[in-house]
Design a protein around this ligand. Structure first.
Ligand code: PHE
Length: 472
């Protein structure tokens, strides 16, 4: 048990190391692994992308993950406060706290559109559940629907701003019910129950798909390394995916790190988190592609892979209704533990900043996120002509939903991660960092090298090509 900022009342925190690991894995594993990773792999030619992605996780993602958790654990406060404290103890400007401030803003923006997708997942759970009620579990999914009917499901949903708003609000409400109950009483409970259930569903569906689907084709697709496909844009996509998937650059891992006890070895734990997150992404690829390839479908990637291609595939699969329902329930669990972590970042910040109680703070953040989510939902239909960042060439023609996604992935996350690595590598005082990270000897020197040189240089490169794509 650690103490709060005033040093008297005990501060809420994870009840054990494994609770922290499950919560952090829950934060990392989400729509990024299940929707974004397979879609990006499909878009970027498979094997080369996958291999480079794994390299990015180990060499850039993991060192930044360790940096973020150690800032949080050292500060024992919300991200902004923790960053300020470490800066003050290192005789650096308190403005470094502002980096975490950017992260808090980014987490809020991601939360808003993430819950809209969470709402779509609820819609598909309802769709497959209704299908079971109507026609039982033995046949393929969505019996009686023609290919055209199935093709229309997703576009019809996107046209229906009202339905999406209701589902978005439902997903926000489910999320806030956990966040409002606190770290050990709510957030941790969700992860401890949902993550094991998630893993069982993922493994079950993958094994079933391996027997009934085109498993070896999928393995060839995901792991055949063709160096000629490793182009600049593919590398950029891989780095972006690595950051999104590990929840880096948005102060999320700082916030979760601040609830960790002194006895936990952060280096080991960070490695466990990165390993679990990467395994889930790879297994998700091995879960989705055999099903899609067996049905003779191809995917143009993007959100359509999950919400359009897969429902077609479930129709021709034996027990497809049941597998379809299990699949979307699994996606829902993963999305929920991530949206909880996203909501916790601004909530922890506001509790620290304004000294408010947790429940009303979380509910206020939830209301704001729902409002922005509803606007995002309408950006697919009524508001599709409104391009909030249209004056910036990089975000030209993007509606609210996609602008929130792009501005966080292309600017906030890489800038946040870049500044964190500079801060930990060059600004923070060595003696404060050294007893926090759980590393020694050669590994410690290697980590320092990565944080000081490789991460800042690689991230600067990514930002430049991200902002000026024509350079590639
Ligand atoms: N990592 C999460 C996912 O893969 C998304 C996320 C990003 C969660 C940033 C928290 C913070 O879906």
């Amino acid at each position: 048990v650690t103490t709060a900022s005033d040093g008297t009342t005990p501060r809420d925190g994870w009840s054990s190391r494994s609770a922290f690991v499950l919560a952090a894995v829950g934060a990392a594993v989400g729509l990024g692994n299940l929707v974004r990773f397979p879609a990006e792999a499909a878009n970027n030619g498979g094997g080369a992308f996958v291999l480079f992605y794994v390299a990015c996780i180990v060499l850039i993602g993991l060192p930044v993950l360790l940096s973020e958790t150690l800032i949080g654990r050292h500060g024992q406060a919300s991200a902004v406060e923790s960053m300020k404290r470490l800066a003050a103890e290192s005789n650096a400007s308190k403005w470094w706290g502002g980096i975490a401030g950017l992260g808090v803003a980014a987490a809020f923006m991601i939360l808003a559109f993430y819950c809209v997708i969470g709402g779509w997942v609820l819609y598909y759970i309802g769709l497959f559940a209704a299908d079971i009620v109507q026609s039982g579990i033995s046949g393929g999914a969505l019996t009686g629907m023609s290919a055209e009917d199935i093709k229309a499901i997703f576009p019809d949903l996107l046209n229906n701003g009202f339905t999406m708003s209701v589902l978005d609000v439902a997903f926000v409400v489910i999320t806030v019910m956990f966040v409002a109950r606190g770290v050990s009483g709510g957030i941790e409970k969700a992860s401890v129950w949902l993550m094991p259930a998630f893993f069982m569903l993922l493994l079950g569906i993958t094994i079933y798909g391996a027997f009934t689907g085109a498993f070896s084709e999928a393995v060839g697709y995901l792991f055949t390394f063709d160096a000629s496909k490793l182009t600049g844009p593919v590398m950029l996509a891989a780095v972006g995916q690595a950051f999104f998937s590990l929840s880096l650059g948005v102060a999320g891992m700082m916030t979760y790190g601040s609830y960790v006890g002194r006895d936990v070895n952060l280096a080991k734990t960070s490695a466990t988190i990165a390993f679990a997150d990467t395994s889930v992404a790879l297994i998700a690829g091995l879960c989705i592609f055999p099903i899609v390839l067996a049905a003779g479908l191809s995917s143009d990637g993007g959100l359509g892979l999950m919400f359009d291609t897969l429902p077609h595939a479930f129709q021709s699969m034996p027990f497809g209704t049941l597998i379809g329902l299990a699949f979307f329930v699994m996606v829902g669990f993963a999305a929920l533990t991530s949206s909880i972590s996203l909501m916790e970042v601004p909530t922890a910040w506001a509790i620290d900043k304004f000294g408010l109680r947790r429940a009303p703070t979380a509910i206020s953040i939830a209301v704001a996120a729902a409002v922005l989510g509803i606007l995002s939902a309408y950006s697919f239909n009524a508001l599709s002509g409104f391009h909030p960042l249209g004056f910036i060439p990089l975000f030209e023609g993007e509606g609210i939903f996609s602008a929130l996604d792009s501005v966080t992935a292309k600017l906030f996350m890489p800038i946040g991660a870049l500044l964190v690595s500079i801060f930990v590598g060059w600004i923070a005082e060595r003696r404060l960092i050294d007893n926090e990270n759980g590393l020694s000897g050669g590994l410690h020197r290697f980590w320092l090298f990565l944080v000081r040189w490789l991460c800042p240089l690689a991230l600067t490169g990514i930002l430049i090509v991200g902002i000026f794509p024509s350079l590639l």
